[in-house]
Design a protein around this ligand. Structure first.
Ligand SMILES: Nc1ncnc2c1ncn2[C@@H]1O[C@H](COP(=O)(O)OP(=O)(O)OP(=O)(O)O)[C@@H](O)[C@H]1O
Length: 374
């Protein structure tokens, strides 16, 4: 099961593309081999779902996926349906002429937001989520972003925000917790580092104010590097929890604004080296699907507990959002906005998919071997 979730993590089989083959396959239902074989279902199932049948998957999707973006305003009628209940009642009770200017503007804004989300394939889990960014310039006009950050982005060649950045950045800047899911390589790092730098404003000697947890040391080093590039021109102290740092006897006065670490090292630092995380204002769990899969729950739990600031903003970012991760996320963040770009369990649009009729278990192995050889 574990292995399967690693292998298939994030891959969703494109049933539309292979619809013709699927029909042919179903026509031969009486064929015992096909009836008995579950290989097809196993191949297309998402992580953690095991051998769910097509029918079951379809029902589940209908029942559970009430993401705003999926039913985004297709007509003005559905636009009204998507508005929050309070606004709806008001609309029923009053004629449009009596609606105040602000309310009309709110409707328009919600409609613009929904269209923008539709355009970028962004899905959010509820109403009244911060307006997606149209450009990086809005970071300055809407949120007072300092020029150094925009300058650094421009230097890095970032011309416009990626879909996850369009939505996750405003959510975090509005002090809402979020768990975000977007394909690999879609700019998630910048989606959480940018609002973090904006909120921290300047370097301070108040102790650690932000923590980023990564599943591996390599990723922690890479995230540190990316963060430093974005913070250039400011005196932020951005540190990775290295073995050398861990050797220090007392970390209670570590001069650091943003600390990036794996859960294991951070837990060690908290327990043995008196690392103080009580002032942490931002906690990010990067690649949270992998963090939770690796059985690091105990370590994550102790880090979450050590970050005891009541006004902390937590967020999770990953390429896939299996149900078990979402359930765990909900135990940490009760009121978080869910932001999904594309489909929630699609790791990358660029993953090539192929449907092979194998028939028997043995045939499956042969087909697999052939695939690898190719
Ligand atoms: N707005 C942008 N425009 C152009 N390039 C960007 C933008 N934001 C980030 N990038 C670049 O895209 C690349 C991938 O970004 P990043 O590593 O953050 O993706 P990711 O979603 O975190 O991927 P992974 O799931 O592998 O961690 C990086 O080289 C980054 O510098």
């Amino acid at each position: 099961m574990e292995k399967a979730s690693f292998l298939f993590s994030g891959i969703h089989f494109d049933r539309k593309k292979f619809a013709k083959d699927f029909t042919r396959f179903q026509e031969k239902k009486e064929d015992k081999l096909i009836e008995d074989s579950n290989f097809l279902e196993t191949e297309i199932s998402e992580p953690g779902e095991g051998k769910t049948s097509f029918k079951k998957r379809k029902r589940k999707t209908l029942a559970s996926e009430t993401i705003e973006g999926f039913t985004v305003f297709k007509s003005s009628k559905s636009a009204a349906a998507a508005a929050p209940p309070v606004v709806l009642n008001e609309e029923n009770d009053q004629t449009e002429n009596r609606l105040s200017k602000e309310k009309k503007e709110l409707y328009r804004q919600q409609e613009r937001d929904a269209l923008s989300r539709k355009k970028y394939n962004i899905h959010v889990s509820r109403n009244n989520v911060a307006t997606p960014l149209q450009s990086f310039a809005e970071l300055s006009s809407r949120y007072g972003c300092e020029p150094y950050l925009l300058h650094n982005m421009a230097k890095l060649g970032f011309k416009e925000p990626t879909p996850i950045q369009r939505q996750a950045i405003p959510v975090l800047l509005s002090d809402q917790e979020c768990f975000a899911c977007a394909p690999t390589g879609s700019g998630k790092t910048m989606a959480f580092v940018c609002p973090m730098l904006m909120k921290l404003k300047d370097a301070s000697t108040d102790g650690i104010r932000a923590v980023i947890l990564c599943p591996t040391r390599e990723l922690a080093v890479q995230t540190t590097r990316e963060s430093k590039k974005l913070a250039k021109g400011k005196k932020f102290r951005i540190k990775v929890m290295s073995r050398q740092l861990l050797r220090n006897t007392d970390l209670s006065k570590l001069p650091c604004d943003i600390l990036i670490s794996t859960p294991l090292r951070l837990r060690l630092a908290i327990r043995k080296k008196k690392l103080d995380l009580r002032r942490v204002q931002y906690l990010v769990l990067d690649e949270s699907d992998k963090l939770f899969e690796q059985g690091l729950l105990k370590q994550i739990d102790s880090v979450v507990k050590a970050c005891s600031n009541p006004s902390i903003i937590r967020s999770m970012f990953s390429a896939t959002l299996p149900d078990f991760v979402e359930e765990l996320a909900r135990t940490i963040m009760h009121d978080a906005v869910r932001v999904i770009v594309g489909r929630k369990n699609t790791a990358s649009e660029s993953v090539k998919q192929k449907l092979v009729f194998a028939g028997t278990e043995e045939g499956k192995l042969i087909a697999l071997r052939q695939s690898f050889a190719e």
